[in-house]
Design a protein around this ligand. Structure first.
Ligand code: GNR
Ligand code: NI
Length: 167
């Protein structure tokens, strides 16, 4: 297992579009294990491969209290969505920033699990929000892009300043 480093907004590489996984093999299983370790160590509820600079359609999530319920989504597609909900979101790639985002309230997702087996999931609540947040990452989109240009620019300068002070 290995801890991976997480890209920070406004890193250009966060805007890369991820490619589908062709085969869920040992390499992908290692990536899943490393992403899970990185997510747990960073106290996130989800992590997309894009955030660790791997541009393949792999997402890990764990919304459980005990952090013992890892969910893996490979080549995930939202096939149905309905309703609208708002939630205050954060992102491991945008440390210290929390902003309200509007998304679909309910989504149906088709994906492969960590063994490459297809499954369908109907999600609502935080699970639905997190899935949409992670699938955005795989399309090169960070949640701050839903905010006004003014807010985006403020967040960019704040993070650039922080980055400077930690180098
Ligand atoms: O840890 C995370 N919390 C969170 C809270 C509200 C909406 C989305 C998220 S996902 C985030 C981890 C992360 O950055 N995943 O890409
Ligand atoms: Ni994120």
């Amino acid at each position: 297992m290995a801890l991976l480093s997480i890209l920070h907004y406004p890193d250009e590489r966060l805007h890369t579009v991820a490619k589908p996984v062709e085969k869920v093999d040992a390499r992908i299983r290692q990536l899943i294990a490393d992403m899970a370790e990185t997510m747990y160590a960073s106290r996130g509820i989800g992590l997309a491969a894009t955030q660790v600079n791997v541009h393949e359609q792999v997402v890990v999530m764990d919304l459980s209290e005990e952090k013992n319920d890892l969910q893996v989504f490979i080549n995930a597609r939202i096939t149905q969505h309905s309703g609208e909900t708002t939630h205050e979101e954060g992102c491991l790639s945008v440390p210290g920033i929390f902003e309200t985002v509007t998304r679909s309230e309910q989504v149906t997702v088709e994906a492969l699990d960590g063994e490459g087996k297809p499954f369908t999931l109907e999600a609502d609540g935080l699970l639905a929000i997190c899935i949409q947040h992670e699938l955005d990452h795989l399309q090169g989109k960070v949640f701050v892009e839903y905010l006004s240009r003014l807010k985006q620019n403020r967040i960019k300068s704040k993070l650039k300043k922080q980055e400077k002070n930690t180098l």
